[in-house]
Design a protein around this ligand. Structure first.
Ligand code: ADP
Ligand code: MG
Length: 636
């Protein structure tokens, strides 16, 4: 008898668990499941992120739901759209052998009427973000007056995000006799208050701190040849213009060397390792916190305990010797409820380490391909266009306008735009035009998700699109795929190869859907901002023809180097501010004294907000901004 059977779970769940590959229950599951199955009780369960809380409430919930009754019987509240979708997905997986159970996700940023329709069709379980749920209740689109179970998942995060009032109001719309299960990583006062107010005699379980990965971090690896490691790092940085990252190397020497190379190539980078004096290290950390440094290259020892919020990426330039160390590394991102990505640049011979790490972190890696030069150019170009759009005009410039107008007066608007954008873009296109593709042969059998399949096989006549929404709008590939399917009214597999970047994304459909995609999306707004979709010149990220584009293959001096920095005084003013051209080594102070500028909008700040000056330190309050709240698109 396996351990899940001992907990009292039924056949269909056990079968689903087998499919999920869970071998043993986690501690919180072992404690919570029997209690929740046995009786109808309130419960407060405290356990770290990544300890399997979803299944701890999900399994008993599925088992207790009456599948023959189509009324809504359970409400799961969760802090963000991502988590909401994730939980919904998990619950669907758990219940796949249980006939007749419907789970519906209710979250902002998608059509409320469609969600209402789904509920009407009979949803025993609703998984919702508080804001959208409240909306639905107000509009009378949902009835939770007779539910038997209410789960407050990641309660501390929900309260952190300011959902206290919504939660209270939603709960007061539910019957007193229901059971309430509260799951949380921590128990701040507000959580205790909710528990006191809305629960009666809850059973309490607490699980000791477990050293397992955080669910706010997604894990990716990129397979490359050893000689391409550095080039891969640069491309990843170029494909994420707003990257704010810690890059881990194995030794002090490598750390110093990689940082120096990055600086030389124009990135705002710095090294952090034990050979620096305390004052130097303090200086580096100050610059990093102040965001003058986008890529902090560090050893494991030196980076221990770095507590900077909003780190978007952890990059494992080399994997650590001890794979357990991976956890400490990836924990530098995905903090304070933010999403983060942990990237591993890996060679074939190290691939098996990925599987070992997966076992430790209890999460799967997604295999990705290093973006092609064309993809990077597109990303950079749109990034630039958006930056131009978002730039506030300092009226000091008015004095110079007559002279400038004189120079430019014969240009049409179109010409002017082309030329302005080309100022930056030419550097990229020139650089990448002659650069080969560097992804190593994909490790085929690791393919698990459609979106990470080797690109050579994937494009069969499909159309690739470029769209101006991305992780900054709180999408990940899964939620964007859902959003697109829903907005475009397409079927399950009609949208594929969704690749979400910071401010932009790529996706594919078959050509028959192209008119629909262009027509509907280009007339849709997200948060008051018009969505813009274009057919990507990129053939789907395939490797076939990018390498030789234009046929010019002079093996220029810059091979292996980043696009050239701007020369001389032209650096000042204008609409530049590309990280790539902005950081210079300044007179000898090559450790910690880098003047990287981050003019781009902060990752969590929504599309339109752009960061003030280069030396701005993000204020505390901003790290809990409302950007992770669901967004509401509307059609024009
Ligand atoms: P939490 O909500 O506590 O942060 P999750 O429920 O999101 O954690 O689970 C984290 C990861 O662990 C998920 O990828 C999940 O599939 C996996 N997981 C959960 N329970 C088990 C188990 N018993 N065995 C193996 N993996 C598990
Ligand atoms: Mg969770």
């Amino acid at each position: 008898m396996n351990k899940f059977e001992q907990l009292g779970l039924n056949e269909s769940l056990l079968k689903a668990i087998l499919d999920l590959g869970f071998e043993n229950p986690s501690e919180v599951q072992e404690k919570a499941i029997p209690l929740l199955l046995e009786k109808d009780t309130d419960m407060v369960a405290l356990a770290q992120t990544g300890t399997g809380k979803t299944a701890a409430f999900g399994f008993p919930l599925i088992q207790k739901i009456d599948a023959d009754n189509r009324n809504t019987q359970a409400l799961v509240l969760s802090p963000t759209r991502e988590l909401c979708l994730q939980i919904t997905n998990e619950l669907k997986n758990y219940s796949k052998y249980e006939k007749g159970i419907n789970v519906v996700a209710v979250y902002g940023g998608a059509s409320i009427t469609e969600q209402a329709r789904e509920i009407k069709r009979g949803a025993q379980i609703i998984v919702a973000t508080p804001g959208r749920m409240q909306d639905m209740i107000n509009r009378g689109l949902v009835n939770i007056k007779n539910i038997d179970y209410c789960v407050l998942d990641e309660a501390d995060e929900m309260l952190n995000m300011g959902f206290y009032d919504d939660i209270c109001s939603i709960l007061s719309d539910t019957p007193d006799e229901k059971s309430t299960w509260l799951f949380s990583a921590t128990m701040p006062q507000e959580v205790a208050r909710i528990a006191k107010q809305f629960m009666s005699d809850p059973l309490e379980i607490t699980v000791g701190t477990k050293n397992s990965g955080s669910s706010t971090v997604s894990h990716e690896f990129y397979l490359v040849n050893a000689r391409d490691r550095y080039e891969a790092l640069k491309r990843l940085a170029d494909a994420n213009p707003d990257i704010f990252s810690v890059v881990f190397c194995r030794t002090k020497r490598d750390t110093q060397a990689i940082a120096e190379k990055l600086i030389e190539d124009g990135y705002s980078a710095a090294a952090l390792h034990g050979d620096l004096s305390q004052a130097q290290r303090d200086g580096v950390m100050k610059s990093f916190r102040g965001r003058q440094i986008q890529m902090l290259v560090a050893t494991d020892v030196a980076a221990r305990g770095i507590d900077v919020d909003n780190v978007t990426h952890v990059v494992n330039y080399q994997l650590p010797d001890e794979i357990e160390t991976y956890n400490h590394r990836s924990g530098r991102t995905g903090r304070a409820g933010k999403l983060g990505t942990s990237i591993v640049i890996v060679t074939k011979s190290e691939l098996r380490k990925i599987s070992s790490i997966e076992r430790i972190i209890k999460q799967k890696f997604v295999e990705k391909t290093i973006p092609s030069g064309i993809e990077i150019c597109e990303i950079q170009l749109l990034h630039l266009a958006n930056k131009i759009k978002d730039t506030e005009v300092d009226h000091e410039i008015d004095n110079y306008l007559p002279a400038i107008n004189n120079v430019l007066e014969d240009l049409s608007k179109e010409e002017l735009i082309k030329k302005m954008v080309s100022v930056e873009f030419n550097r990229f296109i020139t650089y990448y035009k002659k650069n080969r593709d560097i992804s190593a042969q994909s490790s085929g059998e690791r393919r698990e998700r459609g979106d990470s399949e080797p690109r050579e096989f994937s494009n069969n006549g499909a159309v690739r699109y470029f769209v101006n929404i991305g992780s900054r709008d709180n999408f990940d590939w899964m939620s964007l795929k859902d959003y697109l399917k829903e907005t475009l009214d397409l079927g399950r597999d009609d949208v594929f190869k969704v690749d979400v970047k910071e401010g932009f994304s790529f996706f594919n459909t078959d050509p028959e859907h192209t008119d629909k995609v262009m027509d509907i999306l280009n007339n849709t707004q997200l948060e008051g901002r018009r969505i813009n979709v274009e057919i990507s010149k990129n053939d789907g990220g395939g490797r076939r023809d990018h390498n030789n584009r234009g046929g010019r293959r002079d093996s220029g001096r810059r091979e292996g180097n980043f696009a050239p920095r701007r020369e001389g005084g032209s650096d000042r003013g204008g609409f530049r501010g590309e990280r790539n051209s902005s950081s210079r080594r300044e007179g000898g102070s090559d450790r910690g004294g880098f003047r990287g500028e981050r003019n781009s909008a902060p990752r969590e700040g929504g599309f339109r907000r752009s960061e003030g000056g280069s030396d701005r330190t993000p204020r505390r309050s901003e790290s809990f901004g409302d950007s992770s709240r669901p967004r509401r698109p509307r059609r024009d």
